[in-house]
Write a protein of this length. Structure first.
Ligand code: SF4
Ligand code: FES
Length: 234
């Protein structure tokens, strides 16, 4: 009784009771796009990129648990457009200049844009003025590229046992803040999980950004989600 069976786009999937739709889909080789969800970090359901329809209702697959007999829609034109719109908005509300970013080719936002066929944003750029914190000897934080996914906040607390990051304010004023006047005043280490989980080029180690040449990086070679979909083909 610990197993449930449901369908994703008509494909029968067996899952563990209590598992999220995202995890069950991953295990079944079905890729559901995501940005704020990351491996075993507790999901917070904030980005909505993983939106699917469950029995007709839009739900975030990273927080919604599986239910016996549920009918999940993932790859529909409506949902692809919905997700594409979110990614489009993330691009214009920050300052993402992929050609100058060390994360290019490893960036999940960029990789999703490629997967969704986004060649140019459809909304006007907002060009917000945001800070760059270079104070730490080994890590930088560029708020221009932060998409407020919260991965670093959760990883710092749950995996590193620290509390380096937090969100302040709400709505359009929401931003990431460090536990001190600057990164150098925190107990962040370059080896912390919080540094490695950032999906974009906002939180990165210094001096290693170009160790892998552009053009030979993860998403230069394979689309995002390819590793998950390969499992479904076996
Ligand atoms: Fe997410 Fe990176 Fe911003 Fe942290 S710094 S909230 S991991 S985008
Ligand atoms: Fe599910 Fe962000 S990945 S809401």
């Amino acid at each position: 009784m610990n197993r449930v069976t449901f369908t994703i786009d008509g494909k029968e999937v067996k899952a563990i009771r209590g598992q999220t739709i995202l995890k069950a889909a991953d295990a079944a080789g079905v890729f559901i796009p995501r940005l704020c969800a990351y491996r075993d970090l507790t999901p917070n359901g904030s980005c909505r990129v993983c939106s699917v329809r469950v029995n007709g209702r839009i739900q975030a697959a990273c927080v919604q648990t599986v239910a016996e007999g549920a009918i999940v829609e993932n790859e529909t034109p409506e949902l692809l457009e919905y997700r594409r719109n979110i990614v489009d908005m993330l691009f214009v509300e920050g300052n993402h200049f992929c050609m100058f970013c060390e994360k290019s080719g490893f960036c999940e936002l960029q990789a999703l844009a490629y997967r969704f066929g986004i060649k140019a944003p459809r909304y006007p750029f907002l060009y917000p003025k945001r800070d760059l914190d270079m104070s730490h000897p080994h890590v930088f934080l560029d708020h221009n590229r932060c998409i407020l996914c919260g991965r670093c906040v959760r990883a710092s607390q749950d995996m590193d046992g620290k509390n380096v990051f937090q969100f302040v304010e709400r709505g359009g004023r929401k931003r990431l803040q460090v536990n001190g006047d600057s990164l150098s005043e925190t107990d962040l280490k370059a080896t912390d999980e919080a540094v490695s989980v950032c999906p974009v080029g906002a939180l990165m180690k210094k001096r290693v950004g170009y160790e892998v040449p552009v053009g030979r990086r993860r998403y230069d070679e394979k689309p995002i989600g390819d590793d998950i979909e390969m499992k479904g083909e076996k």
